[in-house]
Design a protein around this ligand. Sequence first.
Ligand code: SF4
Length: 279
Amino acid sequence: MGFQWSLNPYMGCVHRCTFCYVRAFERRAERPSDDRYGRSIRVKTNIAEILRTELARRSWQREQIAIGAATDPYQPVEGRYRLTRACVEVLGHAANPFSIITRGPMIVRDVDVLVEAAQRADVSVTFSIPTLDPEIWRKTEPGTAPPRQRLRALRELVDAGIRVGVGMAPILPGLSDRPDLLEDVIRAAREAGATGVWANLLYLKPGTREHYLAALERDWPELLPEYERLYASTAYLPAAETQPVREQVRQLAREHGIRDRRRVKLHPPPEAEQLALAL
Ligand code: SF4
């Protein structure tokens, strides 16, 4: 895949996941990354108009756009402002390929515009579902919809013909990396009709690190020494720690037969693909 642009209608997120990597951005921007994070959201009310203008530029090459790579585009505030929906409509009209990543089942509200867009350009959705374990979910993803609710939303979108996968991210060492918990997610993703699955392990940049480790000390103090060892000198785990987990996920996905099983597969007409290639 070529270069991807990132589109985020909201800056900040009310969900306040303990591992949220946006805390690191906020810290770099000298905004609160501690408990105050998520108490106020910045809303880009004119984002759809700006997007429309940008897509109309002669120099625009219909590059792939990723919605929600920084903050959740279907967090509760979207119910009021409908900016993500407006962006999906603009992208659909322009036949511009895009992907969405979210934890928010509210996305099913927009199935109509997603279907229209997917008939004109390549569209994909990823639901972030790192675990189904109720305790880990409640303590590390406060305020988010229960994972099984996300899976029901996934099913609805897949049934409408949209390509929807599961992103198991972040998997938390010593918590959600247990083989039985990984398998629970893969099995449920398969039952819901996920077209693919991928996994990423936790990384801890300054801003996220302090907050996550403080929450860990409160909720699972016995794990703190191991985290201090694992993340002693780096934000990212070494390959020796990440590869076995990723391989387990790949293996489980193969065993459970995760693949694109959509009965209806929406895709752009061949002319649109040719046009995109020719531009
Ligand atoms: S839902 Fe996403 S953006 Fe919002 S707090 Fe959680 S990880 Fe961060």
